[in-house]
Design a protein around this ligand. Structure first.
Ligand SMILES: C[S@@+](CC[C@H](N)C(=O)[O-])C[C@H]1O[C@@H](n2cnc3c(N)ncnc32)[C@H](O)[C@@H]1O
Length: 309
């Protein structure tokens, strides 16, 4: 089975998330062990400062963000590819008197999925968010997702798209660092082609092997499924480079493009267990979306951009 071929990919994602409908919010938002939902706070502030009246959440999961974005005068809409997530989102938002047709099934890879069955707000959405979804999108489709979000917006509307920060690998000193150093920074295949003699080739192999020993390749532990479904690390779950994602947004004709960083780590995560309470307190104290350290010390970022008026 291919990890990126569309039918296989979406079937695997649906299976991966099928067991998370009811527990996702409890585990990742409400639990004391979970890192506080600073991203929802960032989005809430953004919506409030814009005075947004309509919001689309593409890949809304169990309405994990939508339920907490119950702002006065804000019309909320969302879709997701996983049926169990939709069921839970409808149930939760039903308690806030939201009609079930505000939540529907669809994939961010389809332009049509961005149209609510009951009709979109006249002129388009004033804001669109997409959190936790981009990791599961093949690289070549990133620009499609950004274009679909742009097209769903009203002129002057804003999008906020979350991604896992690839550059965080500069700080984690683990498997992710290895991939970042060897594949993205050093680009060792190209480097190897420059080696001119057997001695240089041997020296390069020794250097790369020495580099490998700098990283904890057993960390972080691979996340499997709860039952026999594939886990998060067993389906496509990419990281993104904030500079590259910015460029994609600019190429899509968006304006005021910026990156906001969150989920800071006061120390490399493998050291968290040394002083967990201090680690959590200090990490939370660092939560400034515009701090330059976010480029390497934050595990996630939000690409914010505006559709031209
Ligand atoms: C990590 S959860 C995030 C849920 C929610 N957005 C949040 O931030 O709490 C990822 C969600 O993306 C959904 N998803 C993955 N690929 C998708 C796609 N191609 N189209 C729509 N939803 C997708 C999954 O079903 C899952 O509900």
């Amino acid at each position: 089975m291919s990890k990126t071929d569309r039918p296989d990919l979406e079937a695997a994602i649906q299976r991966c998330y099928s067991t998370w409908g009811e527990r996702y919010y409890a585990d990742y938002y409400a639990s004391e062990d979970a890192y506080p939902a600073v991203h929802t706070d960032i989005v809430r502030k953004l919506l409030q400062s814009e005075g947004t009246k309509s919001l689309l959440d593409a890949g809304c999961g169990p309405a994990s963000m939508l339920r907490d974005l119950d702002l006065p005068g804000l019309e909320r809409y969302g879709f997701d590819v996983t049926p169990e997530m939709i069921e839970e989102a409808r149930r939760v938002l039903g308690r806030q008197d939201l009609s079930p047709e505000r939540i529907w099934q669809g994939s961010v890879l389809d332009a049509e999925a961005f149209a609510p069955p009951g009709g979109a707000p006249a002129g388009g959405f004033e804001a669109a968010i997409c959190f936790g979804v981009l990791p599961h999108i093949p690289a070549e489709a990133d620009c499609d997702v950004i274009a679909h979000l742009r097209d769903a917006l009203a002129p002057g509307g804003i999008m906020a798209v979350e991604a896992r920060n690839e550059l965080f690998g500069l700080f984690t000193l683990n498997r992710y660092s290895r991939a970042l150093f060897r594949d993205r920074l050093i680009r060792e295949d190209a480097l190897a082609e420059r080696a001119e003699t057997p001695a240089e080739r041997d020296a390069l192999a020794a250097a790369l092997s020495s580099l490998e020993q700098r990283f904890r390749m057993d960390l972080p532990p691979l996340r499997g499924g709860y039952a026999d479904e594939p886990g998060y690390d067993e389906v496509l779950s990419r990281t993104h480079n904030p500079f590259e994602l910015r460029s994609l947004a600019e190429a899509a004709g968006l304006e005021e493009v910026r990156t906001l960083f969150y989920h800071y780590h006061a120390l490399p995560p493998m050291l968290e267990t040394e002083a967990p309470a201090l680690f959590r307190r200090a990490s939370l104290a660092m939560e400034d979306p515009t701090d330059w350290r976010g480029h390497v010390m934050a595990s996630a970022f939000i690409l914010v951009a505006r559709k031209p008026r």
